[in-house]
Design a protein around this ligand. Structure first.
Ligand code: ATP
Ligand code: RIB
Length: 292
């Protein structure tokens, strides 16, 4: 079983031909409201692949909170650890253009996920094969959760996004760290190769359309992505993390799990919305098979 302790947002997505310049107004061509948040996205990615997945999060007592909760349930994510708090749910303002995105997150209810809540979900943590964390909830809560998992001997996968919340002394209590290239440089302040060699089989760097890489203690392993038609890359990293977690808890070797995660993420970018293209296990298997 996987427990994700993290954010749940409603994504307000606007598509436009070109990003507006400072002070400029442009016309958009699409607007949609879809569930997101790095925590919820990673939980749903793992659940769609067949892992028993539970979420610990806070949503607001507004319309978005109800939709976020319903969406988690519809995707078979356990919600006994999701608390409804007074006030607005977290939202992400997502601008899609030029094959990329720009995101502003307003944490709302996610800010209510306090360290004391980690004690309340201790039973979920104890039952987990893996706990997943990101950095869209209060950092003291992340630090407390890391200490709790270490004390209980439960491995943690931490996706350091946004990277500004990462602290180097979190590293000893993290089994797998999954930054993208930019986050890796921000966190370690050294070149990617040196960072990888410092953390064999623990640091997995995602490389966008180039796939992902890690160092196995002897050699650098670069796992290529699956080329595809990109519609929306939002949530590619989250799909990668959810799929990597599924691979690891089901006993795949790290290289096999990274390949599986690349395949899952390549399917996710083919559809609109962070969760829109997150695949089932059978869809990932089919992609792996067709490109074998
Ligand atoms: P995001 O913030 O957009 O969710 P990220 O910056 O955290 O993503 P990336 O390294 O961009 O992470 O992408 C994560 C994974 O998604 C990659 O390792 C790769 O497997 C897959 N991926 C991303 N972009 C593409 C693409 N254009 N084509 C195929 N796969 C992709
Ligand atoms: O990683 C993508 C997610 O980041 C979006 O769903 C948005 O909610 C932000 O948290």
């Amino acid at each position: 079983m996987i427990t994700v302790i993290g954010s749940a947002n409603m994504d307000l997505v606007v598509g436009t031909e070109n990003f507006p310049d400072q002070g400029e107004t442009v016309l958009g061509n699409v607007f949609d409201t879809v569930p997101g948040g790095k925590g919820a996205n990673q939980a749903i990615a793992a659940a769609r692949l067949g892992s028993e997945t539970h979420m610990a999060a806070c949503v607001g007592n507004d319309m978005f909170g109800t939709s976020i909760l319903n969406n988690l349930e519809q995707n078979k994510v356990g919600v006994t650890g999701v608390r409804v708090v007074e006030g607005a749910s977290g939202i992400a303002n997502i601008l899609l253009s030029e094959g990329d995105n720009r995101i502003i997150v307003v944490p709302g209810a996610n800010s209510s996920l306090m360290p004391s809540y980690i004690d309340e979900i201790e039973e979920l943590i104890k039952r987990s094969k893996l706990v997943m964390l990101q950095l869209e909830i209060p950092i003291p809560t992340v630090i407390y959760a890391l200490a709790k998992c270490q004390a209980l001997n439960i491995p943690v996968m931490l996706n350091p996004a946004p990277a500004s919340g990462f602290e180097l002394d979190m590293m000893p209590s993290i089994k797998y760290l999954t930054p993208n290239e930019t986050e890796c440089e921000q966190i370690f302040g050294m070149d990617m190769v040196s960072a990888l060699e410092k953390y064999p089989n623990r640091l997995i760097i995602t490389l966008g359309s180039d796939g992902a890489r890690f160092f196995d203690g002897e050699k650098h392993v670069i796992v290529e992505s699956f080329k595809t038609n990109v519609v929306d890359t939002t949530g590619a990293g989250d799909t990668f993390n959810g799929a990597l977690a599924h691979g690891i808890v089901t006993g795949m070797e790290l290289e096999q799990a990274v390949r599986f995660a690349n395949a899952a993420a390549s399917l996710s970018v083919e559809k609109f919305g962070a969760q829109g293209g997150m695949p089932s296990f059978e869809e990932v298997e089919a992609r792996l098979e067709e490109r074998r």
